[in-house]
Ligand binder design. Structure first.
Ligand SMILES: Nc1ncnc2c1ncn2[C@@H]1O[C@H](COP(=O)(O)OP(=O)(O)O)[C@@H](O)[C@H]1O
Ligand SMILES: [Mg+2]
Length: 448
């Protein structure tokens, strides 16, 4: 295979807002379609094209394009490896892969490797444009704002007992391991938080002390007052997790205002590259701050009707709050293969893709809770910890900022027969096209 020469078409006047593209694709006709699709963007420049994966990787490393399109067909495992490398070494380049209709496992692997999208071939201009439009707002928001502040990931569900605290704690540790950076873990269950119990720590200061000193909060003050949690089971080179716990005195919650929560989160975000929030299971003026300020909301559900129903209502609320679709990531916890309601049923009903699944591992999870240690300490090889690491990897890429695309209104206030999951949105729901098997508008009962 001969590599094509890179053909620089960017010319002069390339600005930070230019869409600089590299195409790595063996198929000349498909490259022509991609060029045609890019013509409708006045700021798009194809920096180089090649039919060779490894030469393509070199080009990406040298040119650091905004986007690289990669054909996965010739060698899936080599492509996975290249995607991982790009995600590690050229972090700001967005990778879009294309190949045959993938199975779920393959999409999962590409996503975990850091691809932002998987397009099914043959490529069409509309599909490419749709995909670009989905990602451009976040791309340019990142480059134009030069925002170095940290990313807030809020773990939320509007029911208790679905695994928020378990997920938040272990995700914070997984992020510390995957990124090697410091991660803040904030327990915003102001009355009866569980983080300090789950980790068996007694922090010297809690959120109440922080809000009392809100006017002199800065990075140094924060790092001194938060509890630096050491987990011996994390890989060498991992970052630290700094815990902001709730007050042991329940009545203290009363004195904390939403404005103060906003201030605390702002300082956390300016101090730590990642902030993971264990959010309360209610939505009110205080708790909504951690949702508003989140870059990502990990909306946690389990596969049963009450949980799916309440997730549907939560998605509907997020839509009314005007959150961009890409902000909410649906997390299925306690997943068991082969259950009566499948992942596809859940996606069809809710009209959003499932972002990640965490397996049901009752004994590991309950052992971790009862011993007051994280999952990595119970068994670093357990599937649940491995999945958490992969999820952390997927979350630490570029995050969407701003964007105008709101979630569709779900349910639409229809009166539902008791126990029946309501209608999915009638229109086409905005979603990450990574999961191409999406069929909106089908009730999970339609499949029974
Ligand atoms: N992946 C999982 N597998 C098995 N059990 C789990 C899992 N995640 C959570 N649990 C169980 O669910 C219970 C509630 O988890 P927790 O993290 O406290 O949820 P929340 O914070 O949403 O109330 C825990 O007692 C734990 O045993
Ligand atoms: Mg909890």
């Amino acid at each position: 295979m001969m590599a094509s020469n890179p053909s620089s078409t960017a010319g002069g006047g390339v600005t930070g807002n230019d869409l600089r593209v590299i195409l790595v694709d063996e198929d000349l006709a498909q490259r022509r379609i991609m060029r045609e699709a890019l013509e409708s963007y006045h700021n798009a420049h194809i920096l180089a094209e090649t039919d060779n994966l490894f030469y393509g990787y070199d080009l990406v490393r040298q040119n650091k394009p905004t986007i690289v399109f990669v054909d996965v067909r010739s060698d899936v495992s080599a492509t996975l490896d290249v995607v991982k490398r790009i995600n590690t070494y050229v972090r700001d380049t967005l990778v879009i892969v294309s190949g045959p209709e993938p199975d779920r496992e393959l999409m999962h692997q590409f996503m975990a490797a850091g691809a932002r999208d998987y397009l099914t071939r043959p490529l069409m201009t509309e599909g490419i444009n749709q995909c670009l439009n989905l990602h451009l707002a976040s791309l340019f928001a990142d480059t134009t704002h030069g925002d170095d502040s940290g990313r807030i990931i809020t773990v939320f569900s509007n029911k208790g007992g679905l695994g928020k605290t378990t997920t938040a704690i272990n995700l914070a540790l997984a992020l510390a391991q995957v990124t090697g950076q410091s991660v803040a873990l904030a327990d915003l269950n102001l009355q009866l938080g569980d983080v300090s119990t789950f980790l068996d720590i007694t922090p010297r200061q809690t959120i109440v002390d922080l809000v009392r000193n809100v006017n002199r909060l800065d990075a140094a003050y924060l790092k001194n007052s938060l509890h630096q949690y050491q987990c011996p089971s994390l890989a060498p080179g991992s970052g630290s997790v700094y815990v902001l716990a709730d007050s042991p005195r329940m009545e203290d919650a009363e004195e904390i205002t939403s404005g103060q929560i906003n201030s605390v989160l702002t300082v956390l975000k300016n101090t730590f590259p990642y902030v993971v929030i264990d959010a309360p299971g209610t939505i009110d003026a205080k708790s909504v701050v951690s949702l508003d300020m989140a870059d990502y909301i990990l909306l946690t559900a389990i596969i049963n009707l009450p949980s799916i129903r309440s997730t549907q209502r939560t998605l509907s609320l997020f839509s009314r709050l005007g959150y961009p679709a890409a902000k909410t990531k649906l997390l299925i916890n306690r997943f068991v293969e082969g259950e009566e309601i499948s992942i596809e049923d859940v996606e069809d009903t809710l009209g959003v893709p499932v972002f990640w699944r965490l397996p049901n591992e009752y004994f590991n999870v309950i052992k971790a809770i009862n011993r007051g240690v994280p999952l990595a300490e119970i068994n670093p090889n357990s599937p649940i910890w491995q999945e958490l690491l992969q999820m952390a990897h997927a979350l630490c890429g570029k995050l969407p900022q701003g964007g105008s695309e709101a979630l569709p209104s779900v349910g639409g206030g229809a009166v539902l027969p008791q126990g029946v999951v309501g209608p999915a949105p009638a229109g086409k729901a905005p979603r990450m096209p990574l999961f191409s098997g999406f069929k909106p508008g089908v009730s999970i009962f339609g499949k029974r």
